[in-house]
Design a binder for this molecule. Structure first.
Ligand code: ATP
Length: 270
């Protein structure tokens, strides 16, 4: 439900093994894992540990997955909320949610806070294109900035935020001591699609080894989320046909179905 904006700081069992491709991004977040695990290594030398990093990239490329993997690898609790949950909220609720979330994370530190779709609250102030008042959104954004400034460096809480529209974000968010690092999470290329297939084929019952090269070549423009969806769709199609295994034809049927869906989606946008 809408009221359940954040998970209450449970750990995650996601690790870097679950995140296929994204080698550059993984390398960058490995440093964040180390900040969480070995803070003294940095603080004893007088270093300030960064408070936040922005994960930037198209939808479905694994930003949420990567943030969960950081928490999973560091074995720290994961607190999350989504910017879209704050749209049309009653006055004061957004800001108090943000305050609560930071309070809980500090109590459980070291911890990760993950803010998905930060652009929904983090658009440049005074430039919102939404109808009606955006005061509440601005209150929420201001509270977020206040919280980030309010806890000391080396508090043990690191905030990851995800967006596919870094260009619309309020510049104040990117200032030093806030989200001053940007990590790019791009669409997968052919080889990365192969790696993503390897992850998502694993749970399926296949008749023989699936030709991953072939599947990867059939899926240009697919994100990681599209590939995960494709694998599950293929299994659903096979099950519907009472098959004991998922076969190549089921994947081809699923590709058709998903490409059909993607085209429809694009038609609505343009
Ligand atoms: P959005 O911007 O739409 O929130 P996102 O970038 O946060 O998307 P995720 O929610 O992390 O994307 O991805 C959705 C699902 O797609 C994941 O839970 C996973 O199953 C699959 N997936 C996406 N990217 C990858 C990847 N690089 N490796 C393995 N699985 C992936």
């Amino acid at each position: 439900s809408k009221a359940q904006v954040f998970e209450k700081g449970k750990g995650t069992d996601v690790t870097f093994k679950d995140v296929a491709g994204l080698e550059g991004a993984k390398e960058e977040v490995e440093e964040i894992v180390d900040f969480l695990k070995n803070p003294k290594k940095y603080t004893e030398l007088g270093a300030k540990i960064p408070k936040g990093a922005l994960l930037v990239g198209p939808p479905g490329t694994g930003k949420t997955l990567l943030a969960k993997a950081v928490a999973g690898e560091a074995q720290v609790p994961f607190f999350s909320l989504s910017g879209s949950d704050f749209v049309e909220m009653f006055v004061g609720v957004g800001a108090s949610r943000v305050r609560d979330l930071f309070k809980q994370a500090k109590e459980k530190s070291p911890a990760i806070i993950f803010i998905d779709e930060i652009d929904a609250i983090g658009r440049a102030r005074g430039k919102s294109n939404s109808m009606g008042s955006n005061d509440e959104r601005e209150n929420t954004l201001n509270q977020l900035l206040t919280e980030m400034d309010g806890f000391g460096t080396n508090s043990g809480v690191i905030i990851l935020a995800a967006t596919n529209r870094a260009d619309v974000l309020d510049k104040a968010l990117m200032r030093a001591g806030r989200f001053d690092r940007q990590i790019y999470v791009d669409m997968p290329d052919l080889n990365e699609r192969k790696e993503i297939f390897q992850v998502h084929l694993k749970p399926l019952k296949l008749d023989k080894e699936m030709d991953i090269d072939f599947l990867s070549k059939q899926t240009p423009g697919f994100s990681g989320a599209d590939i995960a969806n494709l694998c599950n769709e293929a299994a659903l199609i096979a099950a519907r046909k009472q098959k004991p295994f998922v076969e190549k034809q089921d994947f081809l049927d699923a590709v058709d179905r998903i490409i059909g869906g993607l085209e429809k989606k694009n038609k609505i946008i343009t």
